[in-house]
Write a protein that binds this ligand. Structure first.
Ligand SMILES: Nc1ncnc2c1ncn2[C@@H]1O[C@H](COP(=O)(O)OP(=O)(O)OP(=O)(O)O)[C@@H](O)[C@H]1O
Ligand SMILES: [Mg+2]
Length: 259
């Protein structure tokens, strides 16, 4: 593992305890994520993908360590911003610009005008400056997700954690947001960890793709060899899709790539 990884996870073990007893979801997980990497994570339902993001975000207690830039992080912080699948992650009583400005006003000391300017700049990046004075109920699901992304951009969070952010969108809106995410990640250089159930989405977006097995272990972890922009017609797409599909649905690597 390289020394310079922005995010370093070591021996991460998460055990949930409830009425039915203890459940180990992640065990001794090691993972390095480099600066500017767009890591897409696939895995069967219940294998611990959201749990991993929640541990990285500091929302869960766990054993092991999560470090950003060499410093352990156990609590939430603006260096790791979470975008959820749920469209209702905005304050309904605040306008779009105030939704973006609010976490900024809590976390940076700057005059109000400067905070508004930074919020507007972030809204511009997701193509929503024209909606700055609207309220969340006036926005479509896709627009709400873009506002959530704008919050991360305004905070300049180096790590953006995205838990199936586009799963509830229609195919056309989803494709538009994928394109926007690609251009944002290329221009802003954030490090993005993006969970999806959609193999195509992982291939289109990821510079690296990781597949978890049912027990929360890493089955597949490779740099994406495909040149962007990727479409299903791109050379090598079918082979990679088959490989990921096999890992995801069979819980093992296809014979030719077994290590
Ligand atoms: N608060 C909790 N208490 C007890 N068990 C939990 C809790 N949260 C999650 N789990 C269990 O941990 C396991 C992993 O959950 P997690 O939400 O991380 O899965 P996931 O991979 O994100 O699944 P999905 O793809 O369905 O979103 C599941 O078995 C789930 O029931
Ligand atoms: Mg989940």
């Amino acid at each position: 593992m390289s020394k310079e990884a922005l995010l370093q996870i070591r021996d991460l073990t998460k055990i949930y305890t409830d009425d039915s007893g203890e459940k180990t979801v992640l065990k001794d997980l090691d993972l390095d994520v480099e600066k500017s990497e767009f890591l897409c994570i696939l895995g069967p339902s219940g294998c611990g993908k959201s749990t991993l993001l929640r541990c990285i975000a500091g929302f869960e207690e766990y054993s092991g360590s999560v470090s950003v830039d060499g410093t352990q992080r156990r609590e939430p912080g603006i260096d790791r911003f979470m975008v959820f699948q749920d469209f209702n992650q905005l304050f309904p009583w605040k306008t779009v610009i105030n939704n973006v400005a609010y976490p900024l006003s809590l976390n940076i000391k700057a005059p109000k005008a400067e905070i508004k300017e930074r919020a507007l700049e972030a809204l511009n990046k997701v193509g929503l400056s024209g909606c700055k004075d609207q309220y969340p109920h006036q926005l479509s699901g896709g627009m709400k997700q873009r506002v959530a992304i704008a919050k991360a951009l305004a905070l300049r969070s180096p790590i953006i954690l995205m838990d199936e952010p586009f799963a509830a969108l229609d195919a056309m809106t989803r494709s538009g947001l994928q394109k926007e995410m690609l251009s944002i990640s290329e221009s802003e250089k954030n490090t993005i960890i993006f969970i999806t159930h959609n193999i195509q989405e992982a291939i289109i977006l990821g510079t690296r793709i990781l597949v978890f097995g049912q027990q929360g272990h890493i089955l597949f972890d490779e740099k994406n060899p495909m040149q962007r922009p990727v479409t299903p017609a791109s050379e090598g797409y079918g082979e990679l899709w088959e490989e990921l599909h096999h890992a995801l649905y069979e819980g093992s690597l296809p014979a030719k790539t077994s290590k």
